[in-house]
Design a protein around this ligand. Structure first.
Ligand code: SF4
Ligand code: SF4
Length: 343
């Protein structure tokens, strides 16, 4: 791994320089929220993001797995004819992604790039994307990435990782794609003496700031043996089934495929779905194996912290804290996991 530095006042030039070859998305304020927005010209994004507010409200999953995706359109008066969308080949850079969101891509890769069911839509978007992550000097109180296998400066999955050192960034060059970005730009220097030690101090401090202390292996051990435990009878009681937790979650990937029709014309689409909705498992017969909040909450926890681990050797949670922060009834998944941990 190579390491470089870039002065803060040169970062905007670096990002603007990418616009000739790439679509560039970067964090920008929209009303009260931080969003990943397409950059049109130098100066229309806020690059001073190293010390928070930390994460975007929506995760990066929609860049690879859009909320609604059209597979094809048809017209019943023209049998055998279908029109499929053309997927863009344009290279793109997603800049300023937090490590928890970058880690979520490994969950998506396990599902959408498997040998058994490779998803061409997802794979094409992955191939054309370069990810520039930025570490979190000041994690939010809702963050628990250190408990789920990541960390505020986890480099897994990124092409470049930026560390905010005050007046400059340390840039960890992690892949060929990342190297291409750095090589195509002036403004990078070799790290001066003491820079790496400074980085190590910042990383240590950020890790210590996360106090959640959830023992994921212990949670998994309990889940393995307690599908029918009385715990599930009450833990869901506050939940109103709004689905916010699953829609904002960077790892939730359940979807539905359906036809939207008007007259003779129609479209086959894929849209996000949520295991927190009663209709998710509603059968055409009227039967429903997850008919109450109890079964649905159990499924969400089991899927993330047991079934996904059994099938893919990783939890389907990066500890980003979005479901903690935005649940309208404050149903905190960390509290659920802690209750399991002491059971
Ligand atoms: S965000 Fe909260 S209330 Fe809404 S479905 Fe999730 S746990 Fe239930
Ligand atoms: S379950 Fe919650 S904390 Fe975990 S990745 Fe999803 S939104 Fe983030």
């Amino acid at each position: 791994m190579k390491e470089k530095t870039i002065k803060k006042n040169e970062l905007a030039n670096f990002v603007a320089g990418l616009l000739s070859d790439y679509q560039v998305f970067a964090p920008a304020k929209e009303e009260e929220s931080l969003v990943l927005k397409e950059m049109q010209a130098e100066g229309d994004i806020d690059l001073d993001i190293g010390v928070g507010p930390v994460n975007t409200k929506k995760s990066i999953k929609e860049f690879f797995f859009p909320q609604k995706e059209r597979f094809f359109s048809y017209d019943l008066t023209k049998p055998g004819e279908m029109e499929e969308p053309v997927l863009s080949d344009k290279k793109r850079v997603i800049f300023g992604v937090r490590p928890c969101d970058v880690n979520s891509i490994s969950v998506f890769d396990a599902i959408f790039t498997s040998d058994q069911y490779p998803d061409p839509y997802y794979i094409k978007r992955r191939e054309r994307t370069t990810i520039v992550a930025i570490g979190c000097n000041k994690p939010e109180t809702t963050c628990f990435c250190v408990d789920t296998g990541g960390g505020p400066f986890s480099a897994d999955g990124s092409d470049l990782l930026l560390v905010d050192l005050g007046d400059e960034y340390l840039v960890q060059v992690l892949t060929e794609k990342g190297e291409t970005l750095v090589n195509g730009s002036s403004g990078f220097s070799e790290p001066k003496s003491g820079v790496l030690q400074k980085r190590d101090g910042i990383v240590e401090e950020a890790q210590k700031a996360i106090k959640s202390d959830i023992k994921i292996k212990k949670v998994k051990g309990w889940l393995d043996n307690n599908f029918d435990a009385p715990f599930w009878d009450t833990v869901h009681e506050k939940c109103i089934g709004c689905g916010t937790c699953t829609y904002l979650c960077p790892t939730c990937h359940c979807f539905d495929i359906l036809d939207e029709t008007k007259g003779e014309k129609g479209e086959r689409i894929r849209i996000w779905d949520s295991c927190m909705y009663p209709q998710f498992t509603l059968h055409a017969s009227g039967g429903n194996p997850r008919k109450s909040g109890k079964e649905r909450m159990r499924q969400r926890v089991m899927h993330k912290f047991k079934y996904f681990v059994d099938n893919n050797e990783m939890v389907a949670c990066t500890g980003c804290g979005r479901c903690v922060k935005y649940c309208p009834v404050n149903l905190d998944i960390r509290e659920v996991l802690k209750q399991i941990q002491v059971s």
